[in-house]
Design a protein around this ligand. Structure first.
Ligand SMILES: [Zn+2]
Ligand SMILES: [Zn+2]
Length: 202
């Protein structure tokens, strides 16, 4: 049990319709993924505000915000990049008394459904999942990041290396229509734009 976990107490909602709210900051989230404990650490304390109100029967509506700042690697040069997120939360909730740990499942409508059984609800799992869903798959530390040399691993932002001198990278980008610097393809694979690069044999 993590004492710093973001929590919201839903006991009053289970007794009578109404709404409850909670807010605060978290530096990290302890959660489980496929039964394995995980920790998600933020670059700075992440502010959250959650409001939950009663719907029909055993259902509730959660809304609020979460503003985690992640540290991810530049997908071309692997430098750490600070990624601030502003997540808007809106999730249907369902109370099932027998459920020990809350979890997200897909409702019949295709929406996410947060299922909980403990009225003292730990929001760690939920906020961690929303963060992972909301974070970009790849980031660049600079839109013009030159990446690492695929031969020697040198950071080409600092200076060219002997390999990049042989075939200037800018020319190579320009000569390949469809693979522009900054394109989706190039972002997903830092070396995609260099895959057709032919080094002179001497
Ligand atoms: Zn970079
Ligand atoms: Zn090199």
């Amino acid at each position: 049990m993590n004492d710093d976990a973001p929590r919201i107490h839903l006991g009053s909602l289970l007794r009578a319709p109404g709404d409850v709210s909670a807010s605060g900051e978290v530096q990290e989230l302890h959660y489980e993924q496929a039964g394995t404990p995980q920790v998600l650490r933020f670059a700075e304390p992440a502010a959250y505000g959650i409001d939950i109100n009663s719907l029909e029967g055993n259902e509730f509506w959660l809304q609020g915000y979460f503003e985690p700042v992640l540290t991810q690697e530049c997908s071309r040069c692997l430098k750490p990049v600070t990624v601030p997120l502003e997540l808007t939360l809106g999730t249907l909730m369902q109370y099932r008394p027998a459920v020990p740990e809350s979890f997200l499942e897909e409702a019949e409508t295709g929406e996410e459904l947060l299922v909980f059984g403990n009225p003292d609800l730990d929001l760690s799992n939920y906020l961690a999942e929303m963060t992972l869903l909301g974070s970009p798959l790849t980031v660049l530390h600079d839109p013009h990041c030159k990446g690492l040399c695929q031969v020697c691993g040198h950071d080409l932002n600092e200076s060219p290396c002997e390999h990049s001198a042989a075939v200037p990278i800018e020319d190579e980008y320009a000569s390949q229509p469809g693979i522009q610097e900054g394109s989706q393809h190039a972002r997903q694979n830092p070396f995609a734009a260099l895959s057709g690069l032919k080094l002179p044999e001497d």
